[in-house]
Design a protein around this ligand. Structure first.
Ligand code: BTN
Length: 240
């Protein structure tokens, strides 16, 4: 993939910026917009995304994944998550895991969040906007986001954000078509095969993550031996 990269000082949200950049939607190619600061960075659901000006990577990608059918859109989540893990592991002395479906975790703390917005056209994905917030050099987090951590907090060293972005984009190209992608995504799952506490609409329960289906549903086995299957947002991790 050839990336067309745009740097901007400030915008409300890079996902919103790319969505409204209509001239890019009619052009061929893959686009990346990086903002030094977002005034209204969006997290999943109604959450906002905290990122201190000039300290982190807050960027969005616009791709046209023509080869991915709409019913396999989870492939995009898998590719982006795995590419982020592989990139971060080159910088960090710790394993990097994926808290289903697509939070990136190190030492039980969230280092990166992903917000993907796919537009479908029939059975195809017309385009996909993938927003990534990666905590790079920020040393203090003030919002009530659970367990944030940055690369600098973990290593004590300031990291070159531009080099990191390029390393990730290069990695993403490779991972997208890797045959081992599904397996690597599953092997990297946070709390996989460990009995832990979760909650759903009926309350708390103990279960083990067993698998993720190709369409992204999470498969768990609870302490009574019952299999449970969840779509995104139907189950929460209880983290202490
Ligand atoms: C999450 O809640 O985990 C998802 C966070 C996604 C944040 C990124 S920062 C760049 C892009 N622009 C946004 O407004 N959000 C995403």
């Amino acid at each position: 993939m050839e990336w067309n990269i745009t740097h901007i000082d400030e915008t409300d949200s890079t996902n919103r910026w790319l969505r409204d950049a209509e001239e890019l939607h009619i052009r061929d190619g893959s686009f990346c917009v990086v903002a030094d600061y977002q005034t209204a960075g969006r997290g999943c659901g109604t959450n906002s995304w905290e990122s201190e000006r000039g300290q982190n990577l807050t960027f969005s990608l616009l791709i046209h994944p023509e080869e991915v059918p709409a019913n396999q859109q989870f492939h995009i989540t898998e590719a982006v998550s795995v590419a982020l893990c592989q990139t971060l592991e080159k910088y960090l002395p710790y394993p990097v895991s994926i808290k289903w479906p697509n939070d990136i975790y190190v030492n039980g703390r969230k280092i990166c969040g992903i917000l993907t917005e796919n537009r479908l056209q029939g059975t195809c994905i017309k385009d996909s906007i993938i927003g990534i917030g990666l905590n790079v050099n920020q040393m203090e987090f003030v919002s009530d986001a659970p367990n944030p951590v940055s690369m600098r907090q973990l290593t004590g060293e300031s990291i070159d954000r531009e080099a990191l972005l390029h390393a990730f984009l290069k990695r993403l190209d490779r991972v997208f078509s890797a045959e081992t992608l599904c397996l690597e995504y599953r092997n990297r799952l946070f709390q996989r095969m460990i009995q832990c506490e979760y909650s759903d609409k009926d309350g708390h329960f103990t279960a083990t993550i067993v698998d993720v289906e190709p369409d992204g549903h999470l498969i768990m086995r609870d302490s009574e031996g019952r299999e449970r299957r969840y779509a995104f947002k139907e189950v929460q991790f209880v983290l202490r």
